[in-house]
Ligand binder design. Structure first.
Ligand code: ZN
Length: 268
């Protein structure tokens, strides 16, 4: 893969697949998108790039669903690679959109949300602009059909990044840390965007807080963050590597190690 996904999206194409009952991977090889069948309509967690929207539509259909049946679109944080296709989906489905409240100021800034870098205009009525219907706050609980979703602040990658825990009808908890990218923690990024060091501290505190939660299935914000494709390859009839009660703490250990590496290599 030589070009950015928003320049050569086809290089990032991949087949969709079922992770566990009612949860499907419909993202590309760079950014995760997850589809939940709630029994009363579809929920989509993150939409990927504007330029990968055609692959997302096809992936949803390939899993046997109709993109027009999406009722809810949840966003992990306000970066363009996670909300880029939302506009297209809203136009087609009329879905209700959800964004962390604390990321709203960040989202309205095309430099911060990444649209400017990708050459897109984020302002009505252009490109990937959409209205946010629900601004989510720490501790919010939502019912989507037969799934209950709990949302918690998980700042660090962006000020408003959230973590989500989906309680499935069989009692299983599917969890996602909505943003662990280390790119926004570097001193160069902070200088470029006039940020202090508060994000770094927030990032560390988030890791500590999220250790309190139970999760049976860790889903990734990007496939590299939970080894999505390695797990898919290791999946057999009797073994599903996505189901792992220790997966959440192992994931947070990995995040913490990388985080400490950034602090050591790039002190501020
Ligand atoms: Zn991001």
């Amino acid at each position: 893969m030589n070009a950015k996904p928003y320049r050569a999206p086809w290089e990032y194409d991949t087949k969709p697949f079922k992770i566990v009952e009612n949860v499907y991977y419909v993202g590309n090889r760079n950014v995760s998108c997850h589809l939940f069948d709630t029994g009363e309509g579809l929920l989509l967690l993150d939409t990927g790039y504007t330029e990968t929207a055609y692959m997302l539509f096809e992936s949803i259909r390939e899993m046997g669903f109709d993109p027009h049946d999406i009722r809810w679109i949840i966003h992990s944080h306000a970066h363009y690679d996670h909300f880029g296709a939302t506009r297209y989906l809203v136009e087609k489905s009329g879905a209700k959109t959800y964004m962390p409240k604390k990321d709203m100021p960040f989202m309205s800034d095309p430099v911060m949300n990444g649209c400017a870098g990708a050459g897109l205009r984020y302002e009505p009525p252009y490109d990937c602009y959409f209205d946010v219907d629900v601004e989510m706050c720490d501790g919010d609980v939502y019912t989507f059909g037969n799934i209950t979703m709990r949302a918690y602040d998980a700042p660090g990658h962006t000020p408003g990044t959230m973590a989500y825990f989906f309680e499935m009808p069989n009692g299983m908890i599917v969890g996602m840390h909505g943003g662990v990218g280390f790119n926004t923690l570097t001193s160069a990024y902070a200088a470029r965007h006039n940020l202090g060091t508060s994000w770094r501290d927030a990032y560390g505190n988030t890791i500590k807080r999220l250790r309190e939660f139970r999760t049976d299935v860790v889903i990734g914000n990007h496939p590299s963050q939970n080894q999505t494709f390695a797990k898919l390859e290791a999946m057999t009839e009797d073994h599903n590597p996505f189901v792992d009660p220790d997966g959440w703490s192992k994931f947070l250990d990995w995040v913490e190690e990388k985080y400490r590496g950034v602090l050591a290599d790039d002190p501020m």
